[in-house]
Design a protein around this ligand. Structure first.
Ligand SMILES: Nc1nc2c(ncn2[C@@H]2O[C@H](COP(=O)(O)OP(=O)(O)OP(=O)(O)O)[C@@H](O)[C@H]2O)c(=O)[nH]1
Ligand SMILES: [Mg+2]
Length: 285
């Protein structure tokens, strides 16, 4: 416990406030001190679902990207801000002519309103809590395309959601970006893992397929439902990916932004896709 007197000093107060805001599971290094089973579940959330999967189903499709803990630790370093590697909010754009002219590789997060796009980005940036990513219970909260720079390594873009309470100009705003943004290396299409695929998600799949640009599906809110239910949603999604998608990475990623499940793996995937790290061996299990 800090000396009570120190609490009265403004600098210490600020530092304490920042320190407080860093979640204890934000860093893999800290998470690794938990019991092994918990660590496994946080690092590779699919491992929790395996017992619910029929023996005949090939596990490989859920684990193509399976980096080592060392790789994840290397990726994690990119998510710490420093004077030479500044992580910051850059700009909010409503139209393409407001979009910043950045050359570094970019990834964006799309999905239904309330699916957890901003929460996921907030969780990715949880090692740098001074970067403010706004989340809300109310659907339709994010109204513009919000750009966050991760040094010179890459940019992450938080998009407004589609579906319920989407901004009126959603299509005019997001589609041109997805079609024309040259440095966009991957789109992350988020689907609510606790409710499974909805009609609006299928429309988003179609849009991503029309674009013919590579995208990855992420199942969010995995903490919100039972493993059996999540498994059913995952298998339905896998079926759609296999039968209807050609530009989608065959492995869906599972995350809980509130409990940090899958966050370290996703940081590593982003670092890898943007060419920011070199993996030791992706084929390892
Ligand atoms: N239980 C749980 N709730 C989550 C998770 N991720 C997000 N939420 C909640 O879902 C709600 C919506 O989260 P946001 O991140 O604002 O969703 P969004 O997709 O950015 O929504 P829009 O900006 O409106 O499109 C908030 O109440 C979050 O706390 C998660 O992993 N688990
Ligand atoms: Mg949002």
């Amino acid at each position: 416990m800090p000396c009570p007197k120190l609490w009265l000093q403004p600098r210490t107060l600020i530092c304490t406030a920042l320190w407080r805001r860093v979640h204890k599971l934000a860093s893999l290094q800290k998470a690794s001190t938990l019991p092994p089973k918990k660590v496994q579940s946080l690092l590779y959330p699919f491992s929790d679902l395996e017992p619910y999967l029929d023996r005949s189903v090939d596990r490989a499709q859920f684990q193509f990207f399976h980096p080592t803990v060392e790789d994840m630790l290397t990726a994690e370093k990119l998510f710490y801000s420093s004077p030479s590697h500044k992580i910051d909010y850059c700009i909010s754009a409503e139209r393409m002519d407001h979009v910043p002219a950045l050359k570094q590789p970019e990834v964006c997060f799309i999905g239904r309103s309330n699916v957890g796009k901003s929460s996921l980005i907030k969780s990715l940036f949880s090692l740098t809590p001074e970067v403010e990513v706004r989340v809300s219970k109310t659907p339709g909260h994010t109204k513009k395309m919000n750009f966050f720079r991760v040094g010179k390594s890459f940019t992450i873009v938080d998009m407004p959601g589609y579906g319920h309470k989407a901004p009126k100009d959603f299509v005019d705003m997001v589609e041109p970006y997805l079609y024309t943004r040259k440095n966009l290396v991957r789109t992350f299409l988020l689907v609510d893992g606790s409710v499974g695929l909805q009609k609006a998600d299928l429309v988003a799949f179609e849009m991503c397929e029309e674009m013919r640009r590579p995208y990855v599906v992420v199942l969010t809110k995995i903490d919100k439902c039972r493993p059996g239910t999540l498994m059913a949603h995952l298998l339905h999604l896998q079926d759609v990916v296999k039968t209807q998608a050609t530009s989608c990475f065959p492995q869906p990623f599972l995350v809980s932004s509130l409990q940090f499940g899958g966050i370290y793996l996703l940081r590593c995937l982003i670092a890898h896709l943007t060419g920011s790290i070199r993996l030791l061996d992706t084929a390892q299990s």
